[in-house]
Design a protein around this ligand. Structure first.
Ligand code: 3PG
Length: 213
């Protein structure tokens, strides 16, 4: 599984588990078949379970704050974990599960702590408040092997700024899966937004394919 294959990781908030299946189908139809289902609602674990049953989509857990949530998400079938910050027992639990985790890190100290736990890629959150692309560039100078997944305030307007950086394998964002559209069950609109997002990311996917060739 390549978490970054699509260059964008949609960050989703699901309030009603009945939305999980149509949302997964909307993401697949829009060409962005991956979702970080955030543990911000009571529906998260069951939604992960439902979406994990569907072929053709990679489903992970986001806003993972405790080792217990890693366990719950693992049981639900999450294939990866994302945490807004760096908590060693959360990272360890994820590593025990054998699935990738993107812990949040935005300072040199946090990045060094992440490196000490064999983390090679961190979530840079909230990217817009921690200096955006310029902030990542400054951190990438000393941390030459670290990769950053900016999330928070990423949009079609600034996507290029981030994805053009060689140490940004992907971004996270909710602009193509707004919670209001999910709650209103406007899945066709989500598909259209995903399609647009996937098109914007396509040149960077092609560049990756070129590298691999
Ligand atoms: C996250 O949890 O990663 C963010 O809430 C997503 O940020 P965005 O809503 O600004 O895209």
């Amino acid at each position: 599984m390549d978490l970054f294959a699509h260059k964008i990781i949609p960050v989703v908030i699901i309030h009603d588990t009945a939305d999980a299946e149509p949302l997964a189908q909307a993401l697949i139809a829009g060409g962005l078949p991956i979702a970080e289902v955030t543990f911000r609602t009571a529906a998260a674990a069951e939604s992960i379970e439902i979406m994990s049953e569907i072929d053709g989509i990679t489903v992970g857990a986001g806003t993972v704050l405790t080792p217990e949530q890693v366990e719950i998400a693992t049981e639900a079938g999450a294939q990866f974990f994302v945490s807004p910050g760096l908590r060693p027992d959360v990272v360890r639990e994820a590593q025990v599960s054998g699935r990738p985790i993107l812990p949040g890190a935005v300072t040199p100290g946090e990045i060094m702590q992440a490196q000490s736990m064999s983390i090679e890629t961190v979530k840079f959150f909230p990217a817009n408040l921690y200096g955006g692309a310029a902030g990542i560039k400054a951190l990438a100078a000393p941390f030459t092997t670290m990769k950053f997944v900016p999330t928070g305030g990423v949009s079609p307007q600034n996507l290029d700024e981030y994805l053009s950086l060689p140490y940004v394998p992907a971004v996270g964002g909710s602009w193509m899966v707004p919670a209001t559209l999910i709650d209103d069950r406007r899945f066709d609109e989500i598909t259209a937004l995903c399609r647009q997002a996937a098109e914007l990311a396509a040149p960077y996917r092609a560049a990756d394919d070129g590298d691999a060739a």
